[in-house]
Ligand binder design. Structure first.
Ligand code: FES
Length: 165
């Protein structure tokens, strides 16, 4: 694969957000939420613009953006796979699933494929231990996941989103 695809960030998309929150107090978090809803993450140029428009230092913006797990500072994949590595899932085979994803897609936990199709996240117990090992692809929960099934599901989703297994 080549390097990560270039992205164009249209900062003008933020103008209606600034209009909505202009002159109000305590607006940083809602503005960051709106920015993330627009871009899927918080691009640096957008944070710069937020800093200027809200007159908030970048250090504080970064402090907030890194404190809350809901915010992402890096672009994420079109699909997000969460693999549980809590105790029950770990024992039932999560390490093999993570290895399979690394072999097939070249990414580890917290990483995104170069084509921005897939982001892999590791979570620790989502409360479905009886179904271990558990993975969630976008909003689809999968239980008793096996390597081949997981890879097939990812391939199906990323190559042709219209086809469901
Ligand atoms: S440890 Fe994975 S769902 Fe509980």
């Amino acid at each position: 694969m080549c390097g990560k695809l270039d992205e164009a960030v249209d900062i003008a998309l933020m103008e209606p957000v600034f209009d909505k929150y202009s002159g109000r107090k305590g607006t940083l978090i809602p503005v960051l939420q709106q920015a993330q809803a627009l871009y899927g993450y918080l691009p640096r140029p957008v944070l710069d613009r937020i800093s200027t428009r809200l007159r908030i230092p970048m250090s504080r913006i970064y402090g907030v953006a890194t404190f809350y797990s809901q915010f992402y500072l890096e672009r994420r994949g079109r699909h997000v796979l969460k693999v549980c590595d809590g105790t029950a899932c770990h024992v039932k085979g999560t390490p093999a699933l993570l290895n399979a994803i690394r072999e097939q897609h070249g990414i580890g936990p917290g990483q995104t494929t170069e084509d921005y199709e897939l982001t892999l996240e590791v979570v620790y117990c989502i409360g479905s231990c009886a179904l271990a090992p558990v993975a969630v692809l976008d909003s689809e929960v999968m239980g008793q996941v096996r390597r081949e099934n997981l890879l097939a599901k990812i391939k199906n989703r990323t190559v042709n989103p219209a086809v469901e297994q």
